[in-house]
Design a protein around this ligand. Sequence first.
Ligand code: GDP
Ligand code: ADP
Length: 215
Amino acid sequence: MSNEDAAAITRRGLMLVLSSPSGAGKTTLSRQLLDNDKQIQLSVSATTRARRSGEKDGVDYHFVDTATFRGMIERGEFLEHARVFDHFYGTPAAPVEAALIDGRDVLFDIDWQGTQQLKEKAGSDLVTVFILPPSTRDLERRLITRAQDSMEVVQKRMAKAADEMSHWAEYDYQIINRDIATSLMELKSILTAERLKRERQVGLSAFVKALREGR
Ligand SMILES: Nc1nc2c(ncn2[C@@H]2O[C@H](COP(=O)(O)OP(=O)(O)O)[C@@H](O)[C@H]2O)c(=O)[nH]1
Ligand SMILES: Nc1ncnc2c1ncn2[C@@H]1O[C@H](COP(=O)(O)OP(=O)(O)O)[C@@H](O)[C@H]1O
């Protein structure tokens, strides 16, 4: 390797997990990060919940029925799966493995149960971020203005928010999502710093060796 190869230093892909109570803004942040950064791709989960308007099958989620979901569990197709709000959600393993081998990063929008399962499997490849709302009132307002769920579902999600937030300290980083542009900048900063970690830049020793030898 010569000095001109700095841009080609091989890097190990990382797994970036975003969790939050429903309505805190992780879908919005994920979409903006994915638009901004072509080195990271979304892990598209399978779910048994109904599709919301504006959501696309295969893009936001793979929308499946319960029998299909159970079949996927039985065939060992999930990296992790959990029950959230009376529905099943799971992360298909194959696309994640393919991306990481390729040195691409993967973004996960999953709950604390899934994060714990991934921690056991992925260890140091995992970077976890918890998104908090600025206040309870903002959280409720966001769930209502999203206008995608019935009032009953909104109430259910509010009731579960305290539970979900009790897991905040299990995450590496916490972002309070007041203003979306600031939160996006903070998230991008985390990703940039994590990518620069020595242990992720697996091609670095060869690069430095070449530098020291004047090649
Ligand atoms: N464990 C796990 N949780 C997931 C997965 N996909 C989504 N979730 C979580 O399920 C919860 C509900 O997601 P969703 O129905 O899209 O509602 P939203 O978060 O309010 O937009 C959120 O906390 C998601 O992070 C998954 O594959 N595994
Ligand atoms: N920083 C923010 N300020 C105001 N509204 C926000 C902010 N972040 C997200 N929202 C809005 O709040 C609602 C819920 O956000 P969403 O990303 O769907 O949350 P989650 O995926 O965490 O359930 C959406 O209508 C979104 O446009």
